[in-house]
Design a binder for this molecule. Structure first.
Ligand SMILES: O=C(O)c1ccc(O)c(O)c1
Ligand SMILES: [Mg+2]
Length: 579
């Protein structure tokens, strides 16, 4: 088994907190960042003991800067500093140090000089049984490609000197990284990132992500390095503004999940065949209001749970549970997915470190396995035989035939600002969904990023959204809005029956100018793609954050109307202000 490691820079907190979080998430080792050590009140010996007691090993100490290419007059100071760090490593019990390529303005562009200096440092390390992993920073002064660092390592030709390959530095510059000398790679650092057209240092220091959370080809690169014969740890090194201030235990689990998903060997994700139900928690105020909305849309209250204050509402294949037994304001507390193998779905979720939830089971009730998603939403796995419906006693009301709503189109779950990348990776990997559409837009109270995920046949679709920054205190926007989107074949009839939020005339003027759509029912929004058309209608927000949407897809439209989201948000805001 390949060892796993995480750099302390990935995590928030003091060195102690970082080490505890790394150990709790199941990492084998850590890279100790110099800053974390310098700020720690513990002596190196105490840190060594703490690391050992936590079952970790120190895989690497880093970074050592501005070594190679130093003007000869400065190199004595480099050696002095290096010797001090080797002394420190001996006290820590660390055997490998990372030297990153020089950025100092006085660095000399002379490969012979640089290789000779690296050989000198390797001699010092080697004499103490230690090794150097030399890394090309993508913004290094003269050495900025891994090929160039490899050239210097070859020239230096010392057994204590090898390469550190960092996926970010390599893949931020090229997808064609060529042949990798596996036996000379001493250390492998993994980081993903979104594709951003910006200064590479800023990109690296603020926007790195864990593998599979960004757009770099981490699977391809890691596979190539492993095939080349690399046998060291897979170590995550992610500089990320959000992770730096998030709960380190959560971040460490997110990190571990990403490595697990990257290295594979997981239970394959069983095929999902649909959304069995969505469950809303309701209180005394929101319950009746949601019932009223369901009623006007044509839903029938068909069942009452045998043991809990939970109502079942049905129409077409859409099933909504209203749960009055939970505390808190109205929200989507759970949803259930129909799986061809619920036990395997649950097993895969456990392998990906999903938090298991107590089973909902009483003698006669269906056995539903559930896990908690990062945003707290409970995700159930059930068979597609509707066995769980036996938990409900019929009320005598039967579902309306040929009603307005035919099923659930998708669920939209707004994520807390600091859980988005974690949630996207969770839903995608645990459920085996693919990314459908991503976008970013300016909403009235801040920038919003959205991501749609779906299964192969689009019977399961989820929309995630998140503000780009933590919301300002003053913003009166709906916090973490969630909605259930129903699908209809007859939007005109829905518009006639359902209370909807008013959409401004300016929207329709702009729409006419851009797309000139056919006439729309009152308050309906419109979108189109190369396949067809989309109409959307929104109820007001119930309680603090929940609303329903009804959509009609014609001609095979594939999107989600993301472009209309700012108008919808402003409309909800205006509606709440008017109350
Ligand atoms: O941003 C940096 O300076 C830095 C330092 C050490 C690394 O391993 C790295 O990838 C980047
Ligand atoms: Mg690095």
């Amino acid at each position: 088994m390949t060892r796993t490691s995480i750099a302390t820079v990935c995590l928030s907190g003091t060195l102690d907190e970082k080490l505890e979080a790394a150990a709790a998430a199941g990492f084998d080792g850590v890279e100790i960042f110099e800053n974390d050590l310098i700020g720690s009140a513990r002596s190196p010996e105490e840190i060594r003991a703490r690391v050992r007691d936590l079952g970790l090993t120190i895989e690497l100490y880093q970074p050592f800067r501005d070594a190679e290419g130093a003007p000869p007059a400065r190199f004595a100071a480099v050696e002095r500093r290096f010797r001090a760090k080797l002394d420190l490593m001996a006290r820590l019990g660390a055997e490998m140090i990372l030297i990153c390529s020089s950025v100092a303005p006085d660095t000399i562009d002379d490969d012979e000089l640089a290789a000779g200096q690296l050989r000198r440092l390797a001699g010092m390390a080697g004499a103490r049984g230690m090794r150097i992993a030399y890394e090309a920073l993508a913004w290094g002064r003269h050495v900025s490609t891994w090929e160039h660092s490899w050239d210097l390592v070859r020239r230096a030709d010392h057994p204590a000197l090898g390469l550190c390959l960092d996926s970010f530095h390599v893949l931020s510059r090229t997808d064609a990284y060529g042949e990798i000398p596996g036996d000379r790679v001493f250390f492998l650092q993994l980081a993903d990132a979104p594709r951003l057209d910006m200064d590479v240092l800023q990109w690296s220091r603020h926007h790195r992500l864990f593998p599979l959370q960004g757009r770099l080809d981490l699977a391809g690169f890691t596979g190539a390095v492993l095939r080349a014969g690399y046998r060291g740890p897979l170590s995550l090194e992610v500089f990320n503004d959000v992770f730096r201030q998030s709960d380190p235990h959560r971040t460490a689990v997110d990190a571990r999940r990403s490595l697990t998903a990257l290295t594979g060997g997981l239970t394959p994700a069983p095929r999902l065949t649909g959304i069995a139900f969505a469950e809303l928690s309701v209180d005394a105020g929101s319950g009746p209001e949601l019932e009223r909305f369901l009623r006007t849309l044509g839903f029938a209250h068909t069942g009452q749970h045998r043991s809990k204050p939970v109502q079942l509402w049905e129409q077409g294949t859409a099933r909504i549970l209203l749960n009055a037994g939970a505390t808190g304001a109205a929200s989507i507390r759970a949803f259930a997915l129909e799986s061809t193998d619920p036990a395997a779905s649950a097993r895969r979720a456990a392998e990906l470190l999903a938090t298991p939830l107590p089973r909902r089971r009483r003698s006669s009730e269906a056995d539903l396995t559930a896990v908690a998603a990062p945003d707290g939403t409970e995700v159930f796995f059930c068979r597609d035989d509707h066995g769980w419906l036996d938990d409900f006693l019929p009320t005598g009301e039967s579902p309306v035939k040929g009603g307005l709503v035919t099923g659930i189109d998708h669920l939209s779950l707004a994520q807390p600002f600091d859980r988005y990348d974690e949630a996207a990776l969770f839903y995608r990997t645990v459920l085996g969904l693919t990314e459908d559409e991503a976008s970013e837009f300016a909403a009235p109270y801040g920038l919003i990023r959205t991501l749609a995920l779906r299964n192969d046949d689009r019977s399961v679709r989820l929309g995630l959204s998140v503000p780009l920054l933590r919301r300002g205190d003053w913003a009166p926007a709906v916090p973490h809005p969630q909605h259930i989107t129903f699908v209809t074949d007859d939007m005109a009839a829905v518009a006639g029956a359902m209370e909807s939020v008013d959409i401004p005339g300016n929207y329709y003027d702009d729409l006419a100018a851009r797309l000139d759509p056919p006439p729309l029912p009152r308050n309906a929004l419109h979108d189109q793609d190369e396949h067809g058309h989309y109409q959307q209608l929104f109820t007001p927000v119930v309680g603090d954050r929940v609303f329903f949407e009804v959509v009609e897809r014609t001609g095979g439209y594939r999107g989600y109307g993301f472009a209309n989201d700012p108008v919808r948000m402003a409309a909800h805001r205006a509606h709440r202000g008017a109350r």
